[in-house]
Design a protein. Sequence first.
Length: 272
Amino acid sequence: MRSILLSSLALSAAMFSASSLACDTVVTSANPHITAPGKYCLAGNLGVPIVITGEDIEFDCKGRTLANPDPNGGPAAITVDSWSKVTVRNCRIEGYSLGIHLRTRSGDQLLNNTVVRPYDAGIVIFGDSPPDGTGARVVGNRVIDYGNPNISPWREAIQITMAPRTVVTNNVIAGYSGGGLLVDRSADVQATGNQFLDFPDNTDRIIELRQSPRARLVHNSIMLRTRSGVQGLIGGSSATCIENVAINTARSGFSECAVTRYNVEEPSPFMP
């Protein structure tokens, strides 16, 4: 009886797993434009950009790579013009000017994607959110940029513009030669558990808030390998900053937030 029960549970788990990983349409280089609701995936690596226009769409790369054959960067690897509820997950992106460019309205998600050596920015989000819309979720992504000479120090790995209520959680930005996170004209953004690592000395700030009231920054870590004149947070005068860590920055900026508690700062003695 016990063996029958275990077999039934195993079969149910397998069926659930297969269902959750099911894909309605495999995207190929011949059909890189997604417009209809449904689940889409990759069956292999691709060398063409993907364009998603519509709503109720899930695009899952399943860990496969969108690699750009153009040495000059070209367009975004994935462009999303969302009406609502578009999810992009498990994509590895290499060598594009932009990794993911999302125009968001309500309920969009970028989950567990990796952008390697972008020429311009890793993730760019522009909002067109209705007053009652749900903000975008940017969760578990990575932007990795060690040794890329193409990045301008005035660009950011993740850029959020006019996209209120965006949630930015558990992302990792490493080795990026520009800023880490820009929140521009976007109220009520929440940044939690993000890691900003190994930024070079030519970066002047890691997190910047511009005209973005009521931001919440909780449990974020800024850890620079060497002491430098990099600023941790700028523009945080209306933000809530709790239990963030800044190591080897000239100043963390967290102490200047409207609400500030239990932040840890180990500043560099170097001042610009």
